[in-house]
Design a binder for this molecule. Sequence first.
Ligand code: TRP
Length: 338
Amino acid sequence: MDQTMEKKKVMLSGIQPSGDLHLGNYLGAVRNWVKIADDYDCFYFMADLHSITVRQNPADLRRRSVSQLAQYIACGLDPQKNTLFIQSHVHEHAELGWILNCYTMFGELSRMTQFKDKSAKHAENINGGLFTYPALMAADILLYQSDFIPVGEDQKQHCELTRDIAVRFNNLYGPTFTVPEPYIPQVGARIMSLSNPSSKMSKSDPAGCVFIMDPPEEIARKFKRAITDSDTERCVRYDPENKPGVSNLMSIYSSVTGLSFDEIERDFEGKGYGVFKPAVGDAVVEALRPIREDAARYLADKEYLRSVYADGAARASAIARKTLRKVYKRIGLVEKPF
Ligand code: TRP
């Protein structure tokens, strides 16, 4: 078959609207998604139905779902090339989620480490949704016959379970779902916290986390205060084992400037951390400036954002509907006469 006629593979990921995007999300994931937009048929959605497994302030949830969309577009995710939508706008997610609940075992759900972590953290609200969350996630993925799921380490177990559910269903009823695979990007930096370089940058550790919407002064301040290493040589050298702090700063600097570690070492030879840290801060400020400005512009244009998520939901629904209809038929539900 002609290469250009081949159907593109489907890539899908959900993002919980639980906070602003940070540098780790951008350099580790979103920037790569921008690059692959032409090679795959890409779906990204705000997983608002997942967010409510933990108690949310309704006004905040609503605002963040839209604000995150603005930030993704500002990072370069083109709504023409990617299907961007809000999960709750495509009701098939909730419907297939229920069905897959009936094909997911109590034992499997009990083994999910995220459930164990979250129920320890929210002991006052261990609800059924928190427990059956992976069945909804499986529905998100399987509705679009996704081939690849770009997720981090923390979601691998859920992806594995999704595969198991898909295989189980296909074995019972014949081929219905594409069995997805986790997608590991060839490039994509793993960005660590500025205050604790042994853990991933995360919004739960705000001092070590640079948000893409942070004002320049704030970004500069966070980099000046970044933890460096207590070794005596205090030179800029890439050595993640012994110098995790400086190596993390080098990864960030390399990601935003395109310079190799060798080039960075050469440029900063004889200069200490006191020179390097503000230089990284400046480079990040400049890299994020256009993104922050674009995001602010989109945020001020609610009509535009509305048109993006309306269009995204329409495109997503058209596909989701087909899969759900097939599933209903396979399991023995009577076809709707209207
Ligand atoms: N569970 C994911 C997270 O917490 C979010 C998510 C929901 C997701 N549905 C998905 C990710 C489908 C990938 C595919 O980060």
